[in-house]
Design a protein around this ligand. Structure first.
Ligand code: KG4
Ligand code: ZN
Length: 348
């Protein structure tokens, strides 16, 4: 919905996993501005179980859905009467979770006759670095999260091509599993990152799977097995002191950052691209940020990251991507509109 000179107030929803988020964005002659971005996190609930429990996620989304909407509108200083676009994540994700945010968006769209933009969650991440800085096409997008470790060539909002992906675990999943194994809980990425700050990255030499494969695919399950074996060889999780946990975390974080940087840089050289946009929850990682920034500078790449708070799931990134979609108009073709739905396995 690109209408220059027009003031668009975009109400956005994201509920694909265990965060319920509602945001309000403004697009006018000055560009796009985030007016509010409310995130209701359920980490404290799923932490008890060491991972996301889908049934609990959707039940808690129901509780969060209306208060989040109310707070997002009031923080933005607007009412539903001001809204002229609604954006919502339609997939991929957990179906029970997706449905809460998507159906709230669809219901508001239908009841208030506001166009509805159906947004892919990964597309939200891909463009999230550009919510705060000007877009730079073409770019290589590295999306690293709990479910994704994917490399794309992005030429425009309508031209996104998958170049490579993990063949097994996502890198966020690897951090989460190792943190759980060590007994530090979920979500583990942030915990491993904090422990790593106090550790020695050269203490352990972990393998870098598929580093020399000719394609742009990656693999993290072998790395996970290597870390688990190291812990077991040291006597098991109970025998790991905090200092050793810090060293393991630092060495693991280094290996992941190395794989991600090398594969992304390879994508740039194959496709002759100079800009890299890193996004997804794992892009909050401090070492990944510094490796991409420093090595990227040496290799003459322009590196883009979202702010740390916009790295993990949030509705502002969904709203941002929603501005570039052709929305569905509820009253224009009602039958078609009523049939649009969430799709838990929607691939870009
Ligand atoms: O994008 P996201 O919020 O949700 C998904 O779409 O999956 O990403 C969540 C993932 C989790 O695996 C979490 O452990 C990881 O992002 N994560 C981090 C950090 N903060 C969150 N991983 C590494 N370092 C961090 N600082
Ligand atoms: Zn995500």
């Amino acid at each position: 919905m690109e209408e220059s000179g027009i003031r668009i107030i975009n109400l956005a929803f994201e509920s694909s996993c265990d965060d319920f988020s509602c945001a309000v964005l403004l697009r006018d002659a000055n560009g796009i501005k985030i007016l509010s971005n409310i995130i209701y996190s359920q980490d404290y609930i799923h932490g008890i179980y060491g991972g996301v429990v889908p049934e609990l996620a959707s039940r808690n989304h129901i509780k969060a859905s209306l208060p989040s909407l109310r707070i997002a509108l009031s923080e933005a200083g607007v009412t539903l009467k001001d809204v002229n676009l609604i954006s919502a994540t339609a997939g991929p994700g957990l179906i029970g979770s997706l449905l809460i945010g998507f159906m709230e968006a669809k219901t508001l769209s239908y009841a208030l006759n506001i166009p509805l933009a159906r947004v892919n969650h990964i597309e939200g991440h891909i463009f999230s670095p550009f919510m705060e800085t000007e877009e730079s096409f073409p770019f290589i997008a590295l999306v690293i999260s709990g479910g994704h470790t994917h490399i794309y060539l992005v030429k425009s909002h309508d031209s996104i091509r998958l170049l490579g992906r993990t063949r097994d675990d996502a890198c966020g999943e690897l951090f989460d599993k190792i943190s759980n194994y060590l007994g530090f809980g979920y979500p583990g990425g942030k915990i491993i990152d904090q422990l790593a700050e106090k550790g020695d990255k050269d203490a352990f030499k972990f393998p870098l799977p598929m580093m020399h494969s000719k394609d742009l695919d990656m693999s993290f399950s072998g790395l996970k097995t290597a870390v688990v074996s190291t812990i077991d060889n040291l006597g098991g999780p109970d025998k790991i002191t905090e200092n050793i946990a810090c060293d393991i975390s630092a060495s693991l974080r280094e290996a992941v950052a190395e794989i991600l940087y090398k594969k992304t840089a390879a994508a740039c050289s194959v496709y002759g691209v100079k800009a890299i946009a890193v996004s997804g929850g794992v892009s909050a990682n401090s070492r990944i940020r510094s490796i991409f920034k420093h090595r990227g500078k040496n290799d003459n790449f322009n590196i883009f990251f979202p702010s740390v708070s916009n790295s993990t799931d949030n509705a502002a990134m969904i709203g941002y991507a929603g501005f570039f979609k052709t929305p569905a108009y509820p009253l224009e073709n009602m039958e078609k509109f009523l049939n649009i739905d969430a799709d838990p396995s929607w691939e870009l």
